[in-house]
Write a protein that binds this ligand. Structure first.
Ligand code: NAP
Length: 287
């Protein structure tokens, strides 16, 4: 850091990000590295992790610890070993961001049981495994922050998202209880609900998304696709605040407001959007 630059509050903070090799996770990693933090990213693919760490080193502080650990979050034993390695490299941990996850869409009738289970294994148990692997560290340290990423689809689920939304709703229940448990140890737990965001994950999700779900999203007044930069900026603004739940955009705020205060109205709006989307699809099929 140069003498005239104000030090950031994240300088030398120790950060671990699961799913940090792509999309939002990588965006968070780059942002914290730029702010002078020590950052460890984890994921399954080693090559993408190596690439990410090279990018982190290009923007991070010269003496920062910037590294990766390979792990599949759905395997609790692997995660425990990865956490041990990360704690050793970093010499502790101040901020844990549980970000890993994926989406698979489809109607309930067409979605295989194996997909329901796999989404729970990665999205829900993945977060449980990562939290449990670091929990004792946070308790003995008596400070720190844990952020769990879920989704706006954890506030309200729509056509084609039954399996995915369930795995994200589960995170909310877990996070609320964990918040109280860790509060007793002076550790803050927060829940971030990203909106639809332009990432490699979204690109993959769109490949086999039901046409009706796609059409609903395109015509929805409560949905827009946001850039990783926008989401990362909103995340950094929200992180120091007291609020437990964080969202990134005006459409998220509006959706959260309507769903919380007018749940029946939210259903009516969603049903209206679904019916209009179906009409548009039918009209196009006839043309
Ligand atoms: N993009 C959106 O529109 C959106 C909206 C709401 C919520 N979210 C949620 O936000 C988070 C980030 O989404 P994204 O779109 O940025 O995802 P992404 O672009 O697909 O990146 C996902 C990251 O997670 C890692 N990952 C996936 N499965 C894993 C596993 N089993 N074990 C360990 N790491 C794993 C990936 O690396 P490897 O594949 O190499 O493991 C990658 O680093 C996810 O939890 C997602 O569900 C996304």
């Amino acid at each position: 850091m140069t003498a005239n630059k104000r030090p950031s509050k994240y300088e030398s903070k120790k950060v671990f990000i699961s799913g940090g090799s792509a999309g939002m996770g990588k965006g968070f990693a780059l942002a914290f590295a730029k702010l002078g933090a020590d950052v460890i990213v984890s994921a399954r693919g080693k090559k993408a992790l190596e690439r990410t760490v090279r990018e982190l080193r290009a923007v991070g502080a010269p003496n920062a610890k910037l590294d990766f650990v390979v792990t599949d979050v759905s395997d609790s034993r692997e995660v425990k070993n990865a956490a041990k390695k990360a704690l050793k490299i970093l010499g502790g941990l101040d901020l844990l961001i549980c970000n890993s996850g994926y989406a698979k869409t489809g109607t309930v009738i067409e979605t295989e049981e194996s997909d329901f289970r796999s989404l729970m294994d990665v999205n829900y148990f993945g977060h449980v495994n990562v939290v449990k692997a670091f929990q004792e560290h946070f308790i003995s340290q008596g400070s720190g922050e844990i952020v769990l990423l879920s989704s706006m689809l954890a506030t309200f689920s729509i056509y084609g998202y039954g399996a995915y939304a369930a795995s994200k709703f589960a995170i909310t229940g877990f996070a609320q209880s964990l918040r109280q448990e860790m509060m007793m140890h002076n550790v803050r737990v927060k829940l971030f609900l990203p909106p639809t965001t332009d990432t490699p994950g979204l690109e993959k999700e769109n490949l086999d998304k039901p046409a009706l779900s796609k059409e609903v999203e395109m015509g929805s007044s409560l949905n827009a696709t946001h850039s990783v930069d926008t989401v990362v900026r909103a995340f950094l603004k929200w992180l120091p605040k007291r609020s437990f739940v964080g969202y990134a955009s005006w459409d998220s705020w509006l959706q959260y407001f309507v769903v919380r205060h007018f749940p029946e109205l939210a259903l009516l709006i969603a049903d209206g959007e679904l019916k209009s989307a179906k009409k548009r699809l039918d009209k196009r099929a006839k043309a």
